[in-house]
Design a binder for this molecule. Structure first.
Ligand code: PLP
Length: 399
Protein backbone atom coordinates (compact mmCIF):
# COMPACT_ATOMS: atom_id res chain seq x y z
CA UNK A 1 0.00 0.00 0.00
CA UNK A 2 1.18 3.53 -0.72
CA UNK A 3 -1.82 5.67 0.35
CA UNK A 4 -1.48 4.93 4.05
CA UNK A 5 1.40 7.19 5.10
CA UNK A 6 -0.26 10.62 5.15
CA UNK A 7 -1.83 12.68 7.90
CA UNK A 8 -4.64 15.15 7.25
CA UNK A 9 -3.74 18.66 6.10
CA UNK A 10 -5.61 21.49 7.89
CA UNK A 11 -8.02 23.74 6.00
CA UNK A 12 -6.62 26.78 4.19
CA UNK A 13 -7.06 29.63 6.74
CA UNK A 14 -9.19 31.70 4.33
CA UNK A 15 -11.47 28.79 3.44
CA UNK A 16 -11.73 27.89 7.13
CA UNK A 17 -13.28 31.29 7.94
CA UNK A 18 -15.97 30.69 5.28
CA UNK A 19 -16.67 27.26 6.73
CA UNK A 20 -17.05 28.67 10.26
CA UNK A 21 -19.30 31.49 9.01
CA UNK A 22 -21.57 29.06 7.13
CA UNK A 23 -21.92 26.83 10.20
CA UNK A 24 -22.77 29.78 12.53
CA UNK A 25 -26.47 30.18 13.44
CA UNK A 26 -26.24 33.67 15.04
CA UNK A 27 -28.65 35.95 13.10
CA UNK A 28 -26.23 38.87 13.59
CA UNK A 29 -23.28 37.04 12.01
CA UNK A 30 -21.09 39.06 9.65
CA UNK A 31 -18.64 37.69 7.08
CA UNK A 32 -15.54 39.87 6.72
CA UNK A 33 -13.44 36.87 5.73
CA UNK A 34 -13.43 35.61 2.19
CA UNK A 35 -12.07 37.97 -0.47
CA UNK A 36 -15.08 38.61 -2.65
CA UNK A 37 -16.77 41.93 -3.36
CA UNK A 38 -20.21 42.36 -1.85
CA UNK A 39 -22.75 45.02 -2.80
CA UNK A 40 -24.79 47.24 -0.47
CA UNK A 41 -27.08 44.24 0.24
CA UNK A 42 -24.17 41.99 1.07
CA UNK A 43 -24.55 40.02 -2.20
CA UNK A 44 -21.89 39.03 -4.72
CA UNK A 45 -23.92 39.60 -7.87
CA UNK A 46 -23.16 38.95 -11.54
CA UNK A 47 -22.27 42.23 -13.30
CA UNK A 48 -24.78 43.43 -15.93
CA UNK A 49 -21.99 43.69 -18.51
CA UNK A 50 -21.13 40.04 -17.83
CA UNK A 51 -24.77 38.93 -18.15
CA UNK A 52 -25.07 40.71 -21.48
CA UNK A 53 -21.85 39.21 -22.79
CA UNK A 54 -22.95 35.74 -21.65
CA UNK A 55 -26.23 36.19 -23.51
CA UNK A 56 -24.30 37.24 -26.58
CA UNK A 57 -22.20 34.07 -26.35
CA UNK A 58 -25.24 31.83 -25.95
CA UNK A 59 -26.68 33.33 -29.11
CA UNK A 60 -23.53 33.45 -31.20
CA UNK A 61 -21.13 30.68 -30.16
CA UNK A 62 -21.13 27.91 -32.75
CA UNK A 63 -18.63 25.41 -31.40
CA UNK A 64 -17.03 24.21 -28.23
CA UNK A 65 -14.14 22.49 -29.92
CA UNK A 66 -10.70 22.72 -28.33
CA UNK A 67 -8.84 26.02 -28.36
CA UNK A 68 -5.12 25.73 -27.61
CA UNK A 69 -2.87 25.89 -24.53
CA UNK A 70 -2.67 29.68 -24.87
CA UNK A 71 -6.49 29.93 -24.69
CA UNK A 72 -8.58 32.66 -26.28
CA UNK A 73 -6.35 34.83 -28.49
CA UNK A 74 -8.68 37.85 -28.39
CA UNK A 75 -8.85 37.65 -24.60
CA UNK A 76 -5.05 37.52 -24.35
CA UNK A 77 -4.77 40.59 -26.54
CA UNK A 78 -7.43 42.54 -24.59
CA UNK A 79 -5.97 41.62 -21.20
CA UNK A 80 -2.46 42.55 -22.30
CA UNK A 81 -3.71 46.00 -23.36
CA UNK A 82 -5.70 46.41 -20.17
CA UNK A 83 -2.49 45.79 -18.22
CA UNK A 84 -0.01 47.69 -20.39
CA UNK A 85 -2.04 50.09 -22.54
CA UNK A 86 -2.31 49.88 -26.35
CA UNK A 87 1.10 51.27 -27.28
CA UNK A 88 3.42 50.11 -24.55
CA UNK A 89 7.03 49.78 -25.81
CA UNK A 90 7.16 46.04 -25.02
CA UNK A 91 4.11 45.49 -27.26
CA UNK A 92 5.63 47.55 -30.08
CA UNK A 93 8.93 45.66 -29.69
CA UNK A 94 7.24 42.21 -29.67
CA UNK A 95 8.77 41.43 -26.27
CA UNK A 96 5.56 40.43 -24.51
CA UNK A 97 3.24 37.40 -24.55
CA UNK A 98 0.02 36.91 -22.60
CA UNK A 99 -1.35 33.44 -21.99
CA UNK A 100 -4.84 32.83 -20.63
CA UNK A 101 -4.81 30.98 -17.31
CA UNK A 102 -7.37 29.49 -14.92
CA UNK A 103 -7.58 32.48 -12.58
CA UNK A 104 -4.76 34.59 -11.22
CA UNK A 105 -3.73 31.50 -9.24
CA UNK A 106 -3.21 29.55 -12.47
CA UNK A 107 -1.17 32.44 -13.86
CA UNK A 108 1.08 32.49 -10.79
CA UNK A 109 1.59 28.72 -11.04
CA UNK A 110 2.57 28.87 -14.72
CA UNK A 111 4.98 31.71 -13.94
CA UNK A 112 6.49 29.73 -11.04
CA UNK A 113 6.92 26.56 -13.12
CA UNK A 114 8.50 28.68 -15.84
CA UNK A 115 10.99 30.13 -13.31
CA UNK A 116 11.88 26.60 -12.23
CA UNK A 117 12.75 25.76 -15.86
CA UNK A 118 14.77 28.98 -16.35
CA UNK A 119 16.75 28.70 -13.13
CA UNK A 120 15.98 25.74 -10.84
CA UNK A 121 17.51 27.40 -7.76
CA UNK A 122 15.54 30.64 -8.16
CA UNK A 123 14.89 32.43 -4.88
CA UNK A 124 11.53 34.19 -4.69
CA UNK A 125 11.03 37.05 -2.22
CA UNK A 126 7.53 37.36 -0.78
CA UNK A 127 6.10 40.26 1.23
CA UNK A 128 5.33 39.74 4.91
CA UNK A 129 2.35 39.59 5.15
CA UNK A 130 0.93 38.36 1.85
CA UNK A 131 -1.78 36.27 0.23
CA UNK A 132 -0.80 32.92 1.79
CA UNK A 133 -1.10 30.99 -1.47
CA UNK A 134 2.05 32.72 -2.75
CA UNK A 135 4.00 30.36 -0.49
CA UNK A 136 1.92 27.33 -1.47
CA UNK A 137 2.41 27.91 -5.17
CA UNK A 138 6.13 28.73 -5.04
CA UNK A 139 6.90 25.68 -2.95
CA UNK A 140 4.74 23.44 -5.18
CA UNK A 141 6.90 24.61 -8.07
CA UNK A 142 10.02 23.75 -6.07
CA UNK A 143 11.28 27.32 -5.66
CA UNK A 144 13.05 28.72 -2.60
CA UNK A 145 11.24 31.52 -0.79
CA UNK A 146 12.28 34.29 1.55
CA UNK A 147 10.12 36.93 3.23
CA UNK A 148 10.72 40.68 3.05
CA UNK A 149 9.20 43.00 5.66
CA UNK A 150 6.27 44.97 4.25
CA UNK A 151 3.69 45.90 6.86
CA UNK A 152 3.48 46.04 10.65
CA UNK A 153 0.11 44.48 11.45
CA UNK A 154 0.10 45.52 15.10
CA UNK A 155 0.94 49.17 14.41
CA UNK A 156 -0.93 49.52 11.08
CA UNK A 157 2.20 50.84 9.35
CA UNK A 158 3.63 50.26 5.87
CA UNK A 159 7.33 49.37 6.18
CA UNK A 160 8.82 50.76 2.98
CA UNK A 161 12.33 51.36 4.29
CA UNK A 162 12.43 47.92 5.95
CA UNK A 163 11.30 46.40 2.66
CA UNK A 164 14.15 48.14 0.82
CA UNK A 165 16.59 47.08 3.52
CA UNK A 166 15.59 43.41 3.12
CA UNK A 167 15.63 43.54 -0.67
CA UNK A 168 19.09 45.03 -0.47
CA UNK A 169 20.29 41.55 0.50
CA UNK A 170 18.74 39.93 -2.61
CA UNK A 171 21.13 38.57 -5.23
CA UNK A 172 21.07 39.23 -8.98
CA UNK A 173 18.50 36.93 -10.61
CA UNK A 174 16.28 36.72 -7.50
CA UNK A 175 12.58 37.22 -8.15
CA UNK A 176 10.44 39.63 -6.11
CA UNK A 177 6.69 39.07 -5.85
CA UNK A 178 4.99 42.47 -5.74
CA UNK A 179 1.28 43.18 -5.45
CA UNK A 180 0.54 45.45 -8.43
CA UNK A 181 -2.09 47.38 -6.43
CA UNK A 182 -4.38 46.86 -3.41
CA UNK A 183 -1.90 44.75 -1.45
CA UNK A 184 -3.60 41.65 -0.06
CA UNK A 185 -3.72 41.59 2.95
CA UNK A 186 -2.68 45.05 4.18
CA UNK A 187 -4.30 47.46 1.69
CA UNK A 188 -1.02 49.44 1.86
CA UNK A 189 0.56 50.22 -1.51
CA UNK A 190 3.75 51.92 -2.64
CA UNK A 191 3.39 55.53 -3.78
CA UNK A 192 4.39 56.31 -7.37
CA UNK A 193 7.67 57.77 -6.11
CA UNK A 194 8.35 54.56 -4.23
CA UNK A 195 7.55 52.44 -7.29
CA UNK A 196 9.98 54.59 -9.28
CA UNK A 197 12.68 54.16 -6.68
CA UNK A 198 12.10 50.40 -6.39
CA UNK A 199 12.20 50.00 -10.18
CA UNK A 200 15.56 51.83 -10.40
CA UNK A 201 16.90 49.74 -7.56
CA UNK A 202 15.76 46.47 -9.21
CA UNK A 203 17.25 47.56 -12.51
CA UNK A 204 20.65 48.24 -10.91
CA UNK A 205 20.56 44.98 -8.94
CA UNK A 206 19.25 42.70 -11.74
CA UNK A 207 16.19 41.66 -9.72
CA UNK A 208 13.16 40.31 -11.58
CA UNK A 209 9.62 41.43 -10.64
CA UNK A 210 6.77 38.94 -10.49
CA UNK A 211 3.80 41.29 -10.31
CA UNK A 212 0.55 39.85 -9.02
CA UNK A 213 -2.45 42.02 -9.88
CA UNK A 214 -5.78 40.66 -8.69
CA UNK A 215 -7.60 43.95 -7.94
CA UNK A 216 -7.01 46.22 -10.93
CA UNK A 217 -9.62 48.99 -10.70
CA UNK A 218 -10.19 48.76 -6.93
CA UNK A 219 -7.65 51.41 -5.88
CA UNK A 220 -7.82 54.46 -8.16
CA UNK A 221 -9.07 53.14 -11.51
CA UNK A 222 -8.31 50.55 -14.18
CA UNK A 223 -5.56 52.55 -15.86
CA UNK A 224 -4.16 54.22 -12.73
CA UNK A 225 -3.82 50.88 -10.96
CA UNK A 226 -1.54 49.49 -13.66
CA UNK A 227 1.13 52.16 -12.97
CA UNK A 228 3.64 49.72 -11.47
CA UNK A 229 3.11 47.14 -14.22
CA UNK A 230 3.58 49.66 -17.02
CA UNK A 231 6.60 51.22 -15.35
CA UNK A 232 8.44 47.99 -14.56
CA UNK A 233 7.67 46.52 -18.00
CA UNK A 234 9.17 49.63 -19.58
CA UNK A 235 12.27 49.92 -17.41
CA UNK A 236 13.21 46.30 -16.70
CA UNK A 237 14.23 43.66 -19.27
CA UNK A 238 12.35 40.73 -17.74
CA UNK A 239 8.98 40.82 -16.00
CA UNK A 240 6.25 38.35 -15.06
CA UNK A 241 2.68 39.56 -14.47
CA UNK A 242 -0.06 37.29 -13.11
CA UNK A 243 -3.45 38.93 -13.50
CA UNK A 244 -6.94 37.98 -12.43
CA UNK A 245 -10.42 38.91 -13.67
CA UNK A 246 -12.01 37.22 -10.65
CA UNK A 247 -12.66 40.46 -8.76
CA UNK A 248 -12.94 43.21 -11.34
CA UNK A 249 -15.31 41.16 -13.53
CA UNK A 250 -16.82 39.36 -10.49
CA UNK A 251 -16.26 36.07 -12.33
CA UNK A 252 -14.68 34.25 -9.41
CA UNK A 253 -15.84 30.74 -10.18
CA UNK A 254 -15.30 30.98 -13.91
CA UNK A 255 -11.52 31.03 -13.35
CA UNK A 256 -10.36 33.85 -15.60
CA UNK A 257 -6.78 35.01 -15.36
CA UNK A 258 -3.54 35.28 -17.30
CA UNK A 259 0.22 35.18 -17.15
CA UNK A 260 2.07 37.87 -19.07
CA UNK A 261 5.73 37.42 -19.87
CA UNK A 262 8.15 40.19 -20.85
CA UNK A 263 11.58 39.06 -22.11
CA UNK A 264 14.64 41.07 -23.04
CA UNK A 265 14.27 40.51 -26.83
CA UNK A 266 11.47 39.46 -29.18
CA UNK A 267 13.43 36.32 -30.16
CA UNK A 268 13.88 35.25 -26.55
CA UNK A 269 10.27 35.99 -25.81
CA UNK A 270 9.15 33.56 -28.50
CA UNK A 271 11.36 30.84 -27.04
CA UNK A 272 10.27 31.60 -23.45
CA UNK A 273 6.58 31.57 -24.36
CA UNK A 274 7.02 28.13 -25.93
CA UNK A 275 8.24 26.84 -22.55
CA UNK A 276 5.28 28.38 -20.74
CA UNK A 277 2.91 26.72 -23.19
CA UNK A 278 4.63 23.41 -22.59
CA UNK A 279 4.01 23.91 -18.85
CA UNK A 280 0.32 24.58 -19.57
CA UNK A 281 0.03 21.50 -21.77
CA UNK A 282 1.40 19.26 -19.04
CA UNK A 283 -0.75 20.65 -16.20
CA UNK A 284 -4.21 21.13 -17.72
CA UNK A 285 -3.70 21.17 -21.48
CA UNK A 286 -5.75 24.31 -22.04
CA UNK A 287 -7.76 26.76 -19.95
CA UNK A 288 -11.58 26.82 -19.64
CA UNK A 289 -13.14 28.99 -22.33
CA UNK A 290 -16.31 30.58 -21.00
CA UNK A 291 -15.05 33.32 -18.68
CA UNK A 292 -12.31 34.45 -21.02
CA UNK A 293 -14.74 34.58 -23.95
CA UNK A 294 -17.02 36.80 -21.84
CA UNK A 295 -14.18 39.14 -20.88
CA UNK A 296 -12.94 39.29 -24.48
CA UNK A 297 -16.41 40.29 -25.68
CA UNK A 298 -16.82 42.97 -23.00
CA UNK A 299 -13.42 44.52 -23.64
CA UNK A 300 -13.82 44.58 -27.42
CA UNK A 301 -17.34 46.05 -27.47
CA UNK A 302 -17.32 49.81 -26.74
CA UNK A 303 -20.72 49.95 -25.07
CA UNK A 304 -20.13 46.89 -22.91
CA UNK A 305 -16.63 48.04 -22.01
CA UNK A 306 -17.97 51.41 -20.85
CA UNK A 307 -20.67 49.71 -18.84
CA UNK A 308 -18.09 47.43 -17.22
CA UNK A 309 -15.84 50.40 -16.39
CA UNK A 310 -18.80 52.04 -14.65
CA UNK A 311 -19.50 48.85 -12.73
CA UNK A 312 -15.86 48.71 -11.57
CA UNK A 313 -16.14 52.39 -10.52
CA UNK A 314 -19.21 51.53 -8.47
CA UNK A 315 -17.50 48.63 -6.71
CA UNK A 316 -14.45 50.79 -5.92
CA UNK A 317 -16.55 53.70 -4.64
CA UNK A 318 -18.63 51.46 -2.40
CA UNK A 319 -15.55 49.96 -0.73
CA UNK A 320 -14.10 53.45 -0.23
CA UNK A 321 -17.39 54.64 1.29
CA UNK A 322 -17.38 51.70 3.69
CA UNK A 323 -13.78 52.47 4.66
CA UNK A 324 -14.72 56.08 5.47
CA UNK A 325 -17.91 55.11 7.28
CA UNK A 326 -16.09 52.53 9.41
CA UNK A 327 -13.40 55.06 10.37
CA UNK A 328 -15.98 57.76 11.15
CA UNK A 329 -18.07 55.45 13.32
CA UNK A 330 -15.04 54.07 15.17
CA UNK A 331 -13.81 57.61 15.84
CA UNK A 332 -17.23 58.43 17.35
CA UNK A 333 -17.69 55.21 19.32
CA UNK A 334 -14.11 54.61 20.52
CA UNK A 335 -12.07 57.79 19.93
CA UNK A 336 -8.78 56.17 20.97
CA UNK A 337 -9.14 53.06 18.85
CA UNK A 338 -6.86 54.49 16.15
CA UNK A 339 -8.38 53.04 12.99
CA UNK A 340 -7.87 56.20 10.89
CA UNK A 341 -5.31 54.43 8.67
CA UNK A 342 -8.10 52.25 7.19
CA UNK A 343 -9.46 55.21 5.21
CA UNK A 344 -6.06 55.66 3.53
CA UNK A 345 -5.69 52.05 2.36
CA UNK A 346 -6.71 50.51 -0.95
CA UNK A 347 -8.77 47.62 -2.21
CA UNK A 348 -10.88 45.27 -0.20
CA UNK A 349 -8.54 44.37 2.66
CA UNK A 350 -7.05 45.90 5.78
CA UNK A 351 -5.81 44.62 9.10
CA UNK A 352 -7.55 45.60 12.30
CA UNK A 353 -4.89 46.54 14.85
CA UNK A 354 -6.30 44.25 17.54
CA UNK A 355 -4.72 41.71 19.86
CA UNK A 356 -5.17 37.97 19.25
CA UNK A 357 -7.59 37.86 22.22
CA UNK A 358 -9.68 40.76 20.89
CA UNK A 359 -9.87 39.06 17.48
CA UNK A 360 -11.05 35.80 19.05
CA UNK A 361 -13.64 37.71 21.11
CA UNK A 362 -15.09 39.30 17.98
CA UNK A 363 -15.26 35.92 16.25
CA UNK A 364 -16.53 33.84 19.18
CA UNK A 365 -18.74 36.29 21.13
CA UNK A 366 -19.97 38.55 18.32
CA UNK A 367 -19.96 36.16 15.31
CA UNK A 368 -17.91 38.62 13.24
CA UNK A 369 -15.81 36.33 11.07
CA UNK A 370 -12.44 37.37 9.67
CA UNK A 371 -8.90 36.07 9.49
CA UNK A 372 -7.22 35.17 12.79
CA UNK A 373 -4.36 37.57 11.90
CA UNK A 374 -6.82 40.49 11.84
CA UNK A 375 -7.40 40.79 8.07
CA UNK A 376 -10.89 42.02 7.25
CA UNK A 377 -12.67 42.32 3.92
CA UNK A 378 -14.04 45.87 4.01
CA UNK A 379 -16.45 44.95 1.18
CA UNK A 380 -18.26 42.75 3.72
CA UNK A 381 -19.45 45.91 5.52
CA UNK A 382 -22.87 47.33 4.63
CA UNK A 383 -25.08 50.15 5.92
CA UNK A 384 -27.02 47.41 7.69
CA UNK A 385 -24.16 45.73 9.55
CA UNK A 386 -21.66 48.58 10.06
CA UNK A 387 -23.23 49.65 13.36
CA UNK A 388 -23.20 46.11 14.73
CA UNK A 389 -19.55 45.69 13.69
CA UNK A 390 -18.36 49.07 15.02
CA UNK A 391 -20.37 48.72 18.27
CA UNK A 392 -18.80 45.31 18.81
CA UNK A 393 -15.26 46.57 18.18
CA UNK A 394 -15.87 49.68 20.30
CA UNK A 395 -16.98 47.43 23.17
CA UNK A 396 -13.46 45.96 23.22
CA UNK A 397 -11.99 49.43 23.78
CA UNK A 398 -14.62 50.75 26.17
CA UNK A 399 -14.92 47.75 28.50
C1 PLP B 1 -3.10 38.75 -4.24
C2 PLP B 1 -3.90 37.71 -4.97
N1 PLP B 1 -3.35 37.10 -6.00
C3 PLP B 1 -4.02 36.17 -6.70
C4 PLP B 1 -5.30 35.81 -6.36
C5 PLP B 1 -5.96 34.73 -7.16
O1 PLP B 1 -7.11 35.07 -7.80
P1 PLP B 1 -7.96 34.00 -8.61
O2 PLP B 1 -9.17 33.74 -7.82
O3 PLP B 1 -8.23 34.66 -9.92
O4 PLP B 1 -7.13 32.76 -8.79
C6 PLP B 1 -5.92 36.42 -5.27
C7 PLP B 1 -7.27 36.03 -4.86
O5 PLP B 1 -7.73 36.22 -3.78
C8 PLP B 1 -5.20 37.42 -4.57
O6 PLP B 1 -5.74 38.05 -3.53
Amino acid sequence: MIFDGLSEVGDDPILLVTKMYSACIDPNKVDLGVGVYKDANGDTVILDSVKKAEQHLVNSQKTKTYLSPSGNVEYNDCVQKLLLGDDHPVILQGRVTTIQAPGGTGGIRIGADFLKICKPDTKVWISDPTWPNHYGIMSSSGLQTEAYRYYDIKKGEFLYSEMMEDLNTAQAGDVIILHGCCHNASGADLTREQWNELTNFMSKRDLVPFLDIAYQGFSEGIIEDSYAIRLMSEKLPEVLIASSCSKNFAMYRDRVGAITLVSSTAELNKINASHMLKVVRSIYSMPPDHGAAVVAHILSDDALRNQWMREVDEMRSRVKEMRNLFVKKMAEKAPNSGFGYIAEQNGMFSFLTLSADQIQTLIKDYSIYFMANGRVNIAGLTEDNVDYVTDSIAALFNS
